[in-house]
Structure formats: C-alpha cells, structure tokens
Design a binder for this molecule. Structure first.
Ligand SMILES: *[C@@H]1O[C@H](CO)[C@@H](O)[C@H](O)[C@H]1NC(C)=O
Ligand SMILES: *[C@@H]1O[C@H](CO)[C@@H](O)[C@H](O)[C@H]1NC(C)=O
Ligand SMILES: *[C@@H]1O[C@H](CO)[C@@H](O)[C@H](O)[C@H]1NC(C)=O
Ligand SMILES: *[C@@H]1O[C@H](CO)[C@@H](O)[C@H](O)[C@H]1NC(C)=O
Ligand SMILES: *[C@@H]1O[C@H](CO)[C@@H](O)[C@H](O)[C@H]1NC(C)=O
Ligand SMILES: *[C@@H]1O[C@H](CO)[C@@H](O)[C@H](O)[C@H]1NC(C)=O
Length: 888
C-alpha cells in the first residue's frame, strides 16, 4: 500500500513536471542561432535544451542569460533576432570567424557585456545599442565592418565603462555626446586605427575617462587639444599620427597622467612646465611635432621620453638649455597668435637672423631684428606687447590678418619704429599715439571703439576681407601674368633687334603640309593616313565617327585643339584632335606640324603613336588610337572626383618606368635626339592595361649636339619648368629630366606640381618636396596617404624619392641622364616583384600599340582655367610661344 502511494506521488510529480517544465522561451531563437553558426571540430551545440549547451547559461526560468562562445573557431553568421533574448547579460563571441552583420541588440536592458572583437563581421547595426541601459563593456575591435560612425544609439548606454572599437572602420566625427554628461562611468575609450576626423569634442572636458586612445586616424583628427586640460582623470593618452595643432595645454590638473603619446602631429608652442613637472609621468612621446622653445626636461623619476629635438622645432638640441632672448620674444609674439604652424615650421634653430635658415617674416640687420612682416598670413589672435622688447625694430607689418584686441601701448616705446601697419584686421580699442606717419590703421572698423562690433558688423567686414583677399589673389595672378607677358614680349623684341642665327634644327621639324595632302591644294584636300591598321578614308568618316564633332564626345582640350572620342564604322575607337578654327589662321599650325613631324619619326611602346591625319579646307585633324584609362593625373591627382581607385605603389612604379623609357628613347635612341619640353602628368596617358605612354609632342624640339644648350622660346607648364629654362630659356634634355622628377613627386605624394590653394611656400611641389625630404619622418608624412606601405614598399618609395630629388636638382649638370633614370627604375621593379595575384601584370610584355586621348584637366596649369589668365594663353606665334599649359 505504502508502495502504491509512493508510486502515485511520483507519477503526480512527473505530471506536474511535465506540465510546468516548459521548454525555454528562447528555444526558437537559440535553435536558429545554432543553425546559422558553423562549429568547428572541438566545439558544438548539441541536445534539445539550449541551457545545457556549452558556453550558454540560463536563469531559473530557463531564460538565456549568458552566451560565452569566444575563441571557439566558430564561423557562420549571427541571427537577426538576438534582441529577443531579453534576459541576456553577457554576449561573448570574440576571436571567432563570424561574418555578416553584428545585429541589433536593441532593448536588451539587462545586457552588460558585448565582446565581438576579432571577427570578420562586415557590418554593424546602427541601433545595436538602443536601450542598453546596463551596458558596461563593449569590444568591437579588429572587425572589417563597412565604414560606420559611432551611432546615436550608444547614447542610451549610460552605464558604459569601456568602449573599445579600434581598427574597425569607424569614420565621421567623435560625437559630442561622448562626454561626461552622457557617460559618467566611462573609464576607457579606445578608438585607435580608424578614420575618425574633425576635432575633439568640447564635452570631453567633463569626461571621467582614464584611457583615451585616438591614435592612427590617418592624420584626420585635427584642431586643438586644449580640452585635455580639463580631463583630470586621464592616466593614458595616445593621439599619435593625427593632425592636431596648436600648443600643449596647461596640464597641471592631470595629476594621474602616466603615459602621454602625441607623436606625429602638428603641435606647436612651448612645452609647458605644468606638463614637465607632472610627477606621475612614466612615458612621454613628443617626436615629430613642431614643438618650440627649449628642449624640455621632465621632473618625474624613471620617466622614458621620446622627444627627438631634430624632429621638432626646439631652438637647441640639449635639454633644458634656454633659447636666445630674441627667440623667446618671437615665441611670445607667436603665442599671442596661437603659435601658427607656419612659424613653427620655418623658425628652426636658435638664430632668427641666421643667413642659412631664413625665418619667415623676420628680417635682420646684422644680429638685430629690424623688420617683422607678417602681412596676409592668416593670423588670428592678438598683437603681443612683447614686440616692444625687440628694440631695433623699424618696420612691423601686420596688415591683412584677422587680429583682434587692442594695439598695445608698449609699442610706442620702440624708438626706431618708422612704420606700424595694422591695416585690415579686426582691432578695436584706444589707439596709442605714435610719431607722425608711423601708424597705418585703415580697415579696422572698430578701432577707437571699446570692443569688437556687432556680429553683423564683423560679418560684413569678414566678407569684405574674403572679397578683398580673392581680389588680392586675382591681382597677384594678373601681375605675374603681366610680368611674364612683358618678359616674353621683351624677348620677342630682342629677337627682332638681334635676329638670331637661324637654327637648323627648326627646319628639321618643319613639314610641308601640302606635300602630305593627297589632293593638292590645301582647301578641299583629303588627308592621308600612314601605317594605320584601319586607314581613315576621308574627313567625312571622321565626322561621322565623332557625331559631327559633337560636344558630348569631347575628351579634352589640348594646346591647339579639342580632342574628341570617335568610333569608326568597323567599331574601332579612336581619338581625334581637331585644331580650333581660331588658331588655323595663326601660327598654331607650327605646333600641329611639329607633332606630326615628331610622331612620324618616333616609334616606341611608351610613346603615343599617330594613326593618321587629315586636312581639308580649314579642318586639321590628327587621329590617335583611343587610350581608355585617360591621363595619369586623373588617376593620381583627381581619382576621387573621377570615381577612380587610387593607384597602388607597384602600379605607380611601373608607370614611372614606362614614362622614363619613353623619354629615354626620345632623348637618345630615336633617329634624332628630341626634347619633349612639356612632360607632365596630364600628358601621360594610360591604356586599359595601365601601361603608360607619353603624349603631346607639340612642343618637341631637336636637342642640340653634345652637352650644349640652345636658347629657345620658353614653353611648357609652370610647376614642371626647370629653373634654368624658366629663367634663361636655355633648353637641354635635362629640362625633361627635371619635369620627370616632378612627375615622380606627384606619383609619390599625390600632390599637384603647382597648387595655388596651398600656403605660399607649399605651392610649388618640387620646393615643398625637397623640404619634406630632408628628414625621414616629415618625408613619411609627405607620402600619398592612399599608398599602402610596408617595409618593402617603403624601401622602394625611398629610392624613387631620392631619384625624384636627383632629377629635379636645381643645376642641370647635377641631374642624371634619362637612361640612368630608366635603369634605376627598371632595377627597382626587378628587385621588387609584388605578388602577381594582386597585380597581375607582366613587366616585360610591351603594351599594345598606341594610343591617345587627352582629357580636360585644369590641374597642372598654374592658371587653371581661370579666365583671368593674362599670359597670352599659348600665343600662336612660334616666335614667342609661351605656353601657359592650359589643361592639356
Ligand atoms: C585590423 O582588423 C583586421 C580585420 O578587420 C585584421 O585582419 C587586422 O589584423 C587588424 N590589424 C591590426 C593591426 O590588428
Ligand atoms: C580639420 O579638418 C577638416 C577636414 O577634414 C577641415 O575642414 C577643418 O577646417 C580642419 N580644422 C582645423 C582646425 O584644422
Ligand atoms: C576647462 O574648464 C574651465 C572651467 O572649469 C573652462 O573655463 C574652460 O573653458 C574649459 N576648457 C576647455 C577647453 O574645455
Ligand atoms: C614612446 O617612447 C617610449 C620611451 O622612449 C618608447 O619606449 C616607446 O616605444 C615610444 N612609443 C611610441 C609609440 O613611439
Ligand atoms: C604691408 O603690407 C601691405 C600688404 O602687402 C602693403 O600694402 C603695405 O604697403 C605694407 N606696409 C609697409 C609699411 O610696407
Ligand atoms: C577671425 O577672427 C574671428 C574672431 O576671433 C573668428 O571668429 C573668425 O573665425 C576668424 N576668421 C578667420 C578666417 O580665421
């Protein structure tokens, strides 16, 4: 009987268990998750109850609380409904090979931890963090997400302690909400190795964050780091490899700071004692900035520092040695302007009056600073009273800046001062009394008033300034144009007065069009086509091919003609250069003929080849094979606007070698020695195989015998002109070597030969490049950021950079021959054979025959397509050819 009762009781319990032991409500979600994961050998989820799966934990009601399957060799994807696991507190999937999206976890209010780092996730849901009010630890590092920004949904994760998202394609700005208001518990913020841009948010000021790692944003984070002064909990900071500028702030409140790394930025100014005196410091890296003043010494014991005076702008290398008093005064003056980068770059060493090392804006008489000329330098800030300490000053010109504040009374003490020009600024306040005619104050609307004007007033004057400075630039360009024009004109006059020896080489390039025209007289004649595979029979055929020279077929404009794309009836694509009717009457014909003459004499796989030409009436047409990939300049200078991919280094090296070989042939291997005179990246064309051909032979001349030079009309393009040629008009093959050096610099840096948008001393690529090339670190900054570098590429890049400098040496005799250049480049290609799979090219296969297209490209021309060009833009007179290099 007892037994029976026991049995009944057991049965009853079983029944109750059956009724109440419901399967986990998360069963469906977990089953789906299991099905979308791919487990390796050593780990899997088996059995019907997810609560029993390894790495999974449930609470008493069988809700999933933890999924911890990190480092288990799992691949596959995550399911999108993980946000139904509403009791989940820990989600760890790091160190696997998961792909696809990291799905939304929105609404999981219990979730505290997300470890998803070191996977292959390709995207992340923007609302992943919505409502995650318990979230404390987030690690997303090292995932190949498609570019994403720190999502707004993170705002609701107000319990956040660590947020780590390094090397995972973050872009955009650091959001303002990342400060202490939103995240009062945040200790660690690690966003290294991404593409974040913009400035540090001011909200950081009240952030309790201790570790702040923002290094390696491809030099995109910029602006001031002054907000650090209020981040008093900081223990470790890395801002390496960004573009932060301005001075180090007062650090006296950062009493826990141990590691401080700001290498490779543009920080300027003095290293403040509030920093050097911090006792907590253990590691300090300041290398490769523009820090000024004396080289710092630090108080803390056992500190490791990496300061490298040579890679900063300290006055002396020895730590702790004070600067020359003149340097200190100038630095105080610069301080009032916020330590401009431009001064920090130029003011090197301890002698502002050094003859070797000119300090921008400073002029001396002997060892005395007598003139300070900072006009139009875009300065902000105020006029320092410390000007008064440079007692030998005679002239101070601060005009055309954006200076505010008052004119310091102290300046009246300067007894030798004859001129103080503060015109066109935003100064205000009482005007001190100077001697007669000393002070020039025009263009400061608020001077004499108590303070700066109203917003509208200052806007008005700002707008005026903008107009004014644009006007200034236009005026400047007109002036340059005028000077060049006059020089050219003068040369022409001189020529008339002193007719030069008739140089035989000009004859060699002359061509009698009549002889080449089938059909006799120029009017009504048909052109002929030499050696073309598919000879064009008539001008009519070319008209049809180009849809009657339809504008939509324009590929570009050359110096003397427009280039059209055309398709012949047999399907072959061609490029047709049509001489503009406006120049037919002029002597632009000479260039046209010269091009024909040269192109019929030279044949090389790296030079474009003419397929034929046609004349009829006023029509002058040249026919080339079509070069589908366009100009080199669009691939290295305009790839973004043109929607192209930046070129890898190996590709650039191959192109450089092609061009070098083409020019080498022109110089020394063709029947006669030719000088191209207009090498530039818009004259280098690329085929679909991305092999390069040199184009546009309109300015080619025969080279003189031996090492002699010949005086000629200057032609070519600003930025690529060798100095001796620009100044004297003397031309040798070394003129091309110089231009080729500039092209190498463009390939290395992705910067234009001339870029008038840059600051004055950076306008000319060759000059800038020489300056950057002085030391390794600044040089590395100069390398085109799109080039992926490793040790091997860097070695090759360094060699090419040396070669570029060598080619563009100031003295022609210091430049190598083109054959040397071609050999160096070819041997670099040989030494360095990149992975065929990636590059898929065979260096030794010659490119298919010829071709050419010219595209509109205004980049390389000093004057761009500005209508203000006053140099007779490529005068047609062969006698005074000065080519402004208009978009060829
Ligand atoms: C960056 O993340 C990728 C995966 O997206 C990984 O392959 C690579 O090793 C990471 N780089 C570093 C330096 O950790
Ligand atoms: C920071 O860089 C952006 C472009 O990314 C630029 O527009 C901005 O002017 C820069 N700010 C400073 C302070 O240099
Ligand atoms: C730092 O805090 C002080 C006051 O606490 C404030 O006046 C200053 O603007 C803050 N500076 C920055 C850069 O946030
Ligand atoms: C920073 O400087 C320390 C001390 O010289 C050095 O050990 C460390 O490698 C440097 N770190 C970087 C990123 O350069
Ligand atoms: C200061 O510079 C401005 C702008 O170039 C110029 O007009 C002015 O004459 C200069 N002042 C002096 C005194 O040289
Ligand atoms: C000029 O200074 C004013 C006030 O200091 C500032 O707001 C403005 O941005 C500055 N303009 C330029 C072009 O730097």
């Amino acid at each position: 009987m007892k037994m029976t009762i026991a049995k009944v009781l057991i049965c009853l319990l079983c029944f109750i268990a059956l009724v109440y032991a419901q399967p986990s409500p998360d069963l469906a979600t977990m089953n789906a998750l299991r099905d979308s994961l791919k487990f390796g050998k050593d780990f899997s989820w088996t059995g019907p109850d997810p609560c029993k799966w390894s790495g999974v934990q449930c609470d008493t009601s069988n809700r999933i609380t933890r999924i911890q399957i990190g480092n288990k060799g799992i691949s596959g994807t995550l399911t999108s409904d993980l946000n139904t696991l509403s009791s989940l507190t820990v989600f760890e999937v790091m160190g696997n090979m998961l792909t696809g999206a990291l799905p939304s976890l929105a609404g999981l209010t219990a979730l505290e931890t997300i470890y998803a780092h070191d996977n292959s996730f390709t995207s992340i849901s923007v609302d992943i963090f919505t409502g995650l009010t318990s979230l404390q630890h987030v690690f997303l590092d090292d995932n190949p997400f498609s570019p994403w920004e720190i999502p707004m949904s993170l705002k609701s994760a107000t319990s956040l302690v660590d947020f780590s998202a390094a090397n995972c394609s973050l872009s955009g700005k650091i959001p303002e909400f990342l400060g202490g208001q939103t995240f009062p518990s945040l200790q660690k913020l690690r966003l290294s190795s991404n593409s974040l841009s913009g400035e540090l948010p001011l909200s950081f000021a009240d952030s309790p964050v201790q570790t702040l790692l923002l290094n390696g944003q491809k030099q995109k984070l910029n602006g001031s780091i002054s907000v650090l002064q209020n981040m008093t909990s900081l223990t470790e900071v890395s801002l390496q490899a960004n573009a932060f500028s301005g001075p180090l702030p007062d650090m006296s409140r950062l009493v826990s700071l141990t590691k401080f790394n700001v290498r490779e930025n543009q920080l300027t100014g003095l290293v403040p004692s509030s920093f050097t005196e911090l006792q907590s410091l253990a590691v300090v890296n300041l290398t490769n900035n523009l820090l000024q003043g004396s080289t710092p010494t630090f108080k803390a014991k056992n500190i490791a520092t990496d300061i490298t005076p040579r890679l900063n702008s300290f006055c002396l290398d020895s730590p702790g040695v004070p600067c020359d008093p003149r340097v200190n005064i100038l630095l105080s003056i610069a301080e009032a302007f916020g330590y401009p980068v431009r001064f920090a770059q130029s003011w090197k060493g301890n002698d502002p009056c050094s003859s070797k090392n000119i300090w921008v804006g400073i002029t001396c008489t002997g060892d005395d600073i007598t003139v300070i000329n900072f006009k139009g330098m875009g300065l902000n800030g105020a006029i320092s009273p410390r000007f008064a300490d440079l007692t030998s000053l005679r002239v101070i010109n601060l005009s055309q800046n954006n200076l505010t504040g008052v004119i310091p009374q102290e300046l009246t003490k300067l007894s030798s001062l004859t001129t103080l020009d503060v015109s066109n600024n935003q100064l205000y306040g009482k005007v001190p009394v100077f001697g007669p005619n000393v002070l020039i104050t025009t263009g400061n609307p608020d001077l004499g008033k108590d303070g700066p004007g109203h917003a509208s007033g200052s806007f008005g004057s700002n707008a005026g300034k903008v107009v004014g400075s644009v006007f200034g630039v236009v005026l400047g360009l007109l002036l340059i144009g005028l000077i060049v024009f006059l020089v050219v004109k003068k040369r022409k006059l001189n020529r008339k007065k002193y007719p030069q020896k008739h140089s035989g080489e000009e004859d060699a390039l002359k061509i009698t069009i009549d002889n080449l025209c089938a059909g006799g007289s120029e009017s009504g004649s048909n052109g002929l086509l030499v050696e073309a595979e598919n000879p064009v029979k008539s001008i009519q055929e070319l008209r049809e091919a180009t849809d009657n020279f339809n504008e939509k077929n324009i590929l570009g404009r050359g110096g003397f003609g427009i280039v059209y794309k055309g398709e012949l009836q047999n399907g072959k694509t061609i490029a047709v250069k049509r001489m503009e009717s406006s120049v037919i009457s002029g002597k632009g014909l000479d260039e046209f003929k010269s091009e024909i003459a040269v192109l019929t004499k030279v044949r090389h796989r790296n030079l474009v080849r003419l397929e034929g030409y046609c004349f009829e009436g006023n029509e002058r047409l040249l026919v080339y094979e079509y070069m589908p990939q366009g100009t080199l300049s669009s691939h290295i200078l305009h790839w973004q606007e043109e929607g192209l991919k930046p070129l890898e280094w190996s590709r650039r090296l191959i192109i450089a070698t092609d061009v070098a070989k083409g020019v080498e042939y022109l110089h020394s291997q063709a029947q006669q020695s030719f000088i191209h005179r207009d090498l530039k990246s818009t004259n280098i064309l690329l085929g679909d195989d991305m092999r390069a051909r040199v184009a546009d032979f309109g300015l080619v001349r025969l080279a003189p015998e031996g090492t002699q030079s010949v005086e000629t009309k200057i032609a070519g393009t600003f930025g690529y002109l060798a100095p001796e040629y620009a100044v004297t008009g003397r031309v040798t093959t070394k003129v091309d070597v110089y231009s080729f050096g500039v092209i190498l610099m463009e390939l290395l840096t992705g910067r234009k030969a001339l870029d008038i948008k840059r600051s004055e001393e950076d306008v000319h690529l060759a000059t800038w490049f020489r300056r950057m090339f002085i030391n390794r670190d600044s040089f590395h900054k100069a390398i085109d950021a799109t080039i992926e570098t490793n040790e091997e590429t860097l070695r090759s890049i360094n060699k090419v950079a040396e070669l570029a400098s060598h080619c563009s040496a100031r003295e022609p005799h210091q430049r190598p021959d083109m054959s040397h250049v071609a050999n160096v480049l070819a041997s670099l290609l040989d030494q360095w054979k990149p992975d065929e799979d990636i590059y898929g090219i065979d260096y030794d296969t010659p490119p298919p025959l010829l071709e050419m297209i010219e595209r509109t490209n205004n980049d390389s021309s000093f004057f761009g397509d500005n209508s203000m060009t006053s140099i007779p833009s490529r005068p047609r007179q062969i006698d005074n050819t000065f080519q402004s290099g208009q978009g060829r």
